[in-house]
Structure formats: C-alpha cells, structure tokens
Design a protein around this ligand. Structure first.
Ligand SMILES: Nc1ncnc2c1ncn2[C@@H]1O[C@H](COP(=O)(O)OP(=O)(O)OP(=O)(O)O)[C@@H](O)[C@H]1O
Ligand SMILES: [Mg+2]
Length: 265
C-alpha cells in the first residue's frame, strides 16, 4: 500500500508520517518512508536514524542530469507528468542499492533530494523523480510506503499522487487548513487517486475537535481520527530527538487499525 501524507505547511505531516510508520510497524508491516520534501531535513532523526540516506536523485546522476533529461522531454513535447527519468522496468525496495536506504528491522527511509544551494534552480526534478519512483516501485502484500510530502498543493500539479493507493491530509485547527483539505480532496479525485480522509492534528480540546469536524463534514471531507496536541511531540521536535509515540502513538494506532487494516472501529 502506498500512502501520501499531505497538508498545509507545519500542520504536522512529518509527525503524522512518523506516527503512522510506528503504528504500521507494530502491526507487522514492513514500512518504507519516502521523504519527498525538498526543504526540511529532520525526518531521519524523527524516525530515530543517525543519518539520512543518499538521495535517490544521486542514483540518477544528480539534479543536473535529471534536468537535462527533463529538457529533452520538453523538447519532444512531453509534459512533466509523462516524463520518464528512470531506465528499466519495475523497482522493488530490495533492489535499491544500500547507500540510498537507511534501515532497521521493519523500517526503511529513502529520500528524493534536497535544495542545497542558493540559485540552484527549482525543485521540479525532485517532483519528477518522486512521481516516477512511486509509479515504478512494486510492493509486497506486507509492505507499506508512506510519502512525506512538501507543504501545499504544488505536488498535485506534478501528478505525484497518481500512483498511490491513498491520500491522507493532515489538518491543524485553522480554517486555512480545512479549506486546503477540501481542495486536496478535489485534486486527489482529478489525478485518479483515492482520498482516504483527514487526520486532525494538534487538537487541544473537545470543543476544538467538534468545530474542526463540523467544518470538514460540511465540505464532505471524511475524518479518519484525531491526534491531540502533545507536549512530548513539541519537546522531541525542539531537541531534534526521535519521536517517542506515547499517547499519540495509541491515537494513531486506532486510525491505522480502523482505516487501513480493516479492523472494526
Ligand atoms: N500532535 C502534535 N502535538 C504537538 N505538537 C505537534 C503535533 N504535531 C506536530 N507538532 C509540532 O508542529 C511542528 C510541525 O510539525 P511537522 O514538522 O510534523 O509539520 P509538517 O507539516 O511536516 O511541516 P512542513 O510543512 O514544514 O513539512 C513540530 O515542530 C511539532 O513541534
Ligand atoms: Mg514536514
């Protein structure tokens, strides 16, 4: 199962990916997290790894090489969503060379690529690599791929969600975040993917949860569950430490069991 985690900037996408990875792992799934955010670099420590892997971009010759292939594609009249950058057929997680993966029992992390320097150009090559990787990678029945997306909706323009099984939107308590969830639901439909629903995050009270739920329901956005505001999460993010799931982990386990593993609510 391939799942994209999207949402407004700062809503908690990376935190939710980390909690989901832990919850799927507890249920015997072999989890790979794909870091598809070209800006932030803290996912590896949040997952408890000592370093990030070499970006997949490097396995394709680096960003410049991918840009050249894209320019060749444009000159043939191809749009970005049709471009082929990877040579060969299907990919599997086991086939990736070890320098592009960091892993421990049941959990692996791969990353598309980051912006490193001023004036190095846009992040379009990262989008193309992520889209094609998601299309080509084949998973076994007990494998789950979680994609930590960059903030906002630009990735929908690149069709990155087209080959995933489910899109999840993280919603924090703000109207802006609610409107974006609605927009993401519509955009998911237009790329032909399934919008699984919204995870409410950083909720501080039952009244806030009720208000947020009502707003989402009025826009027909399905709700998967709530992760409340936990000081423990703030503390690990402040110190750059691996996230200890704690109570948030139990909240996420319920979401994963009910909405992804088919257990009764
Ligand atoms: N449930 C929560 N309880 C308390 N704090 C939270 C919770 N979820 C996220 N946070 C806080 O919000 C901050 C942003 O979270 P996170 O980095 O996961 O968001 P993001 O959506 O991935 O951000 P970006 O758009 O920059 O990638 C974190 O530093 C963390 O302190
Ligand atoms: Mg993030």
């Amino acid at each position: 199962m391939k799942i994209c985690i999207c949402g407004k900037g700062g809503s908690g996408k990376t935190t939710i990916v980390t909690l989901m990875a832990d919850a799927f792992g507890k249920h015997g799934k072999s989890v790979t997290v794909l870091d598809s955010d070209e800006s932030n670099s803290g996912l590896f420590w949040m997952l408890g790894f000592e370093k990030a892997p070499l970006p997949l971009m490097e396995s394709l010759g680096g960003k410049r090489k991918v840009q050249e292939k894209m320019i060749a594609g444009f000159s043939r009249g191809q749009g970005e969503p049709e471009m082929a950058i990877w040579e060969g057929g299907a990919l599997s997680m086991a086939s990736l060379p070890s320098q592009y993966v960091v892993q421990r029992e049941g959990l692996a992390l791969i990353t598309v690529g980051k912006i490193y320097q001023a004036l190095e150009g846009c992040a379009c090559p990262m989008g193309v690599v992520a889209r094609e990787f998601l299309k080509k990678v084949e998973l076994g029945p007990d494998e789950v791929l979680l994609v930590d997306m960059d903030a906002g909706i630009e990735h929908f323009g690149r069709g990155i969600e087209a080959s995933v099984d489910a899109v999840v939107c993280v919603v924090e308590p703000s109207l802006e975040s609610v409107s974006l969830a609605h927009k993401m639901k519509e955009l998911t439909g237009s790329v032909g993917a399934a919008f699984q629903g919204a995870v409410l995050n950083k909720v501080t009270s039952l009244a806030q949860e009720a208000s947020l739920s009502e707003k989402l329901q009025s826009l027909n956005v399905p709700i998967l569950g709530t992760i409340y505001h936990h000081e423990q999460i703030v503390a690990s993010c402040l110190e750059g430490k691996a996230l200890d799931p704690g109570q948030a982990g139990l909240e996420m386990e319920r979401i994963v069991r009910t909405h992804f593993l088919g257990d009764p609510p």
